[in-house]
Design a protein around this ligand. Sequence first.
Ligand SMILES: NC(=O)c1ccc[n+]([C@@H]2O[C@H](COP(=O)([O-])OP(=O)(O)OC[C@H]3O[C@@H](n4cnc5c(N)ncnc54)[C@H](O)[C@@H]3O)[C@@H](O)[C@H]2O)c1
Length: 421
Amino acid sequence: MKKVSAVLMGAGNRGAEVYAKYALDHPYEIQFVAVAEPNRERRELFRQQHGISEDMCFESWEQILEKPKLADAVLICTQDRMHFEPAIASLEKGYHVLLEKPMSYDGRECVIMGDYARKYNRIFLICHVLRYTQFFSTIKRLLDEGKIGNLISIQHNENIAHWHFAHSYVRGNWRNSEETSPMILAKCCHDMDILLWLAGADCDYISSFGSLTHFRSENAPKGAPQRCLDGCPAAFECPYYAPKQYLTDNTDWPVSVISVDKSYEARHKALKEGPYGRCVYHCDNNVADHQIVNIHFTNDVTAAFSVSAFTKDCNRTIKLMGTKGEIRGSDGKNEIEILDFLTGSTEVIKFVPSKYGHGGGDFGLMRDFVKLVREEDMKRGLTSAEISVQSHLMALAAEKSRLEKRVINMKQFEEEIRNTV
Ligand SMILES: NC(=O)c1ccc[n+]([C@@H]2O[C@H](COP(=O)([O-])OP(=O)(O)OC[C@H]3O[C@@H](n4cnc5c(N)ncnc54)[C@H](O)[C@@H]3O)[C@@H](O)[C@H]2O)c1
């Protein structure tokens, strides 16, 4: 069995702690042979964990691509605005590519990457991990089998959870669309992808509303300082008080993000000095904290999608309505119900919870990518960069609709972007 060799660009949370963990658990399938990461602590930790030689550790992705091809595949897990250049250069160099979502914040770059996917005969997958979960892949199978007749409409909710939103979209990496991308792209390109997949047809019209309503300075408790640890008078009443999230016994994600050293002292220092100790009402955030999207597909299927920061649970709930029945489910509960109109019966499918992130999707995606690279099978993946272009354009069109308060015609939207390529 051929063992895949790989290079990691960006040894942060997703690269080092999620995808590369697969290599540690399956050393007979994949081995990392080089890493590019500017953060010295992270780079060194990755080097030691994967037994990489010193001369194969680099500070930036460009240095890897200056060398002759070092491995079969690259995993690009840098931040949102650092995906396009390394992806294009890696394909040109002959690597198979696994690229984190979003492909890009810019529709033009997404379209170019889709064109590259067609031009270069390489495996080029975007990390749409939900397709690889038991939950969503079972729903897809049930629809394809005609279990609820013809699909007519979908109601889909992404419940981000207040603490997750505060971590990622108020204090953290995805708080400001000028630096990364709008929330509907950063968080919900997954949902656009799933809806596109389940609807089974192209999207032709999309509209959206939403705003940043709560995490604004005018909503700060009276006397709240810039940082929670600077004697906030609302410490006991505020659900977003930073020590409540980061100074407990839990040192896994999202706490692992605030400091490589997970000791209490290091985390305390991170809250004193770093972005995660800031009051949620005094950050430089601008992304929407709630948004709805209405979608029409060319086969007349409609979808109503809602994403919100203001939920207790962190999960996705979905209802699919067909001519002969309904499918309902919550990926957090690991359960799907199928309701049959003719017999009145309800069938329940339960899944064993996965120990891997995103309901097992992180694991499933890596397993599939490794298998495809090993077999050099360009066609058989569950998805591809070419397909992902459409879901990214849907998210970008939703944002345009939100800002311009009008329905977006997807064909025109794509044409306008293509005219700039
Ligand atoms: N698929 C998913 O479900 C999912 C979930 C979360 C995040 N993401 C995406 O994954 C990507 C990475 O997110 P993360 O949470 O791991 O972020 P992160 O900040 O933890 O990791 C990014 C890493 O890239 C490194 N980096 C910066 N400049 C670099 C350079 N020039 N060369 C090489 N490395 C460089 C940073 O130092 C950092 O360690 C983002 O685009 C994010 O949107 C995807």
